[in-house]
Design a protein around this ligand. Structure first.
Ligand SMILES: Nc1nc2c(ncn2[C@@H]2O[C@H](COP(=O)(O)OP(=O)(O)OP(=O)(O)O)[C@@H](O)[C@H]2O)c(=O)[nH]1
Ligand SMILES: [Mg+2]
Length: 306
């Protein structure tokens, strides 16, 4: 018997948009902690990641997704598919755009994908990075984006500004149906600590490496040994597509790999609350972005629907 007079709300929220608009930054803001990798480079997120926000009156399950883009290999196709699949599972869609820029072909691609969804859930157009748009330019920019999907309801935010969290949450709660929790309230994400660690190592590589190389790398965690509550030993391999990339990732006298390792270690320590010893290796895996077996082993494979 439910003796609680306040109805409990629960539901799934999809965070979609083109790459680099701030989807994962917004997820981290809404969760009040960093669970997703973020970088100034597009295509940082490569798979779906849940952020589960629970309290006594609601459970909101955010689905962070890879940026929808024009794919050049099988990995890109997988990323688009994963992102699109969340649209039909959502109670509300947060369509995130970079309001500092006019809509481009990729934004049009996102809008077109939403338009094909039967019984599209309510869409909130999150005009992010408002800190970079002059007030006078905002109405015109908003109209440009709304023209792509007129049913969307606009909201201006900056995912870097903590005050925006309640703004988004209040709006979402107004849309969420009554329901029961889907996950244990203690659970905050669906990824294992080792998977997040792999993403944080790639995040560090995205931040430190230049040109196309960071997009051509993958990270595999080979060992994640919890030595105690407060200590972990992680061994991971950075996979590169070409032999010539190995030297660049390692750097002169190992300088680059040291920089990547040091930043990654700090981020993993913040995320896990443990002291981390991180050992990195670099290995060539030819053409892995187009190789179904490599993609499967790295976890870039669609879940089977049952
Ligand atoms: N100025 C400004 N920068 C922002 C804001 N939100 C996010 N960023 C920056 O935008 C960049 C991309 O952020 P991400 O959160 O990785 O973007 P994403 O949409 O998840 O990108 P993908 O995972 O590649 O699809 C990062 O450098 C963020 O710091 C904002 O409100 N204002
Ligand atoms: Mg992301």
């Amino acid at each position: 018997m439910n003796i609680n007079p306040i109805p409990f709300k629960s539901g799934f929220i999809s965070l979609v948009g083109r790459p680099n608009v701030g989807k994962s930054t917004l997820l981290n803001l809404l969760m009040d902690q960093k669970i997703a990798a973020v970088s100034p480079r597009p295509q940082t997120t490569r798979r779906k990641q849940l952020g589960i926000l629970s309290n006594d009156s609601y459970q909101i399950i955010f689905m962070d997704t890879p940026g929808i883009h024009q794919p050049h290999h099988k990995l890109g196709e997988y990323m688009n598919e994963v992102a699109t699949a969340t649209l039909k599972d959502a109670d509300v869609i947060l369509w995130i755009v970079d309001a500092a820029q006019a809509p481009n072909e990729e934004d049009k691609l996102v809008a077109a994908r939403m338009a094909t969804v039967k019984e599209l859930p309510p869409v909130i157009l999150i005009l992010n990075k408002e800190d970079q748009v002059k007030e006078a330019e905002r109405p015109a920019r908003q109209s440009e984006y709304l023209a792509l999907l007129p049913a969307a309801k606009p909201m201006w935010i900056s995912a870097l500004r903590p005050g925006c969290k309640t703004l988004v949450l209040d709006d979402l709660l107004a849309h969420l149906p009554d329901g029961v929790p889907f996950y244990d309230p203690e659970q905050i994400t669906d990824l294992y600590e080792r998977d997040i660690a792999a993403d944080l190592i790639r995040e560090a590589a995205l931040i430190h490496l230049r040109d196309e190389i960071p997009h051509a790398i993958a990270v595999r965690v080979d060992d994640f040994i919890e030595q105690s509550e407060s200590n972990a030993h992680i061994t991971a391999t950075i996979l590169v597509e070409r032999e010539s990339h190995k030297g660049i990732v390692i750097g002169k006298g190992g300088e680059m790999i040291k920089k990547i390792g040091s930043l990654a270690r700090q981020e993993i320590e913040k995320m896990s609350g443990r002291k981390v010893f991180l050992e990195l290796r670099v290995k060539e895996k030819k053409n892995w972005r187009n190789d179904p077996e490599s993609l499967r082993l790295l976890g870039y494979e669609m879940e089977k629907e049952n």
